[in-house]
Design a protein around this ligand. Structure first.
Ligand SMILES: [Zn+2]
Length: 123
């Protein structure tokens, strides 16, 4: 992958990062708004529920942000755009759609199939 392409995907990753960071701020702000408006100091149970929910939402967002972080780290190492499983170049159309992609399409399918097997037969 040449420098121009790397910079292009880095831009995509940073835009994604900002979007998620914004999302985290919004979730936390919303949770705090609910706490201030609807939950009095006496209603500790509901307060705990909201805090727990806010933490959960942040966790999900944190995972996505961690994926972006790892992609940026791979970019620094020079391994960005290569499948971490087989080392083949990941299709650029795939990276356009999913800049944090770790696997090429073939490995992604195999990894997901293996996950499915571990989880046992569905239904
Ligand atoms: Zn692969």
């Amino acid at each position: 992958m040449n420098l121009k392409k790397r910079q292009h995907f880095k831009k995509l990753l940073l835009a994604e990062l900002r979007r998620h960071a914004q999302h985290i701020d919004d979730e936390q702000a919303r949770a705090l708004d609910i706490t201030n408006d609807d939950v009095k100091d006496s209603d500790q149970a509901l307060h705990d529920v909201i805090q727990g929910l806010a933490l959960k939402l942040s966790d999900n967002e944190s995972k996505m942000v961690a994926d972006i972080d790892q992609a940026l780290m791979r970019m620094e190492e020079g391994s960005y755009g290569k499948c971490v499983r087989c080392g083949r170049e990941i299709d650029e159309r795939r990276l356009e759609a999913l800049p944090t992609a770790r696997y090429d399409a073939a490995c992604q399918a195999e990894v997901e199939a293996a996950k499915g097997q571990r989880a046992g037969p569905s239904l």
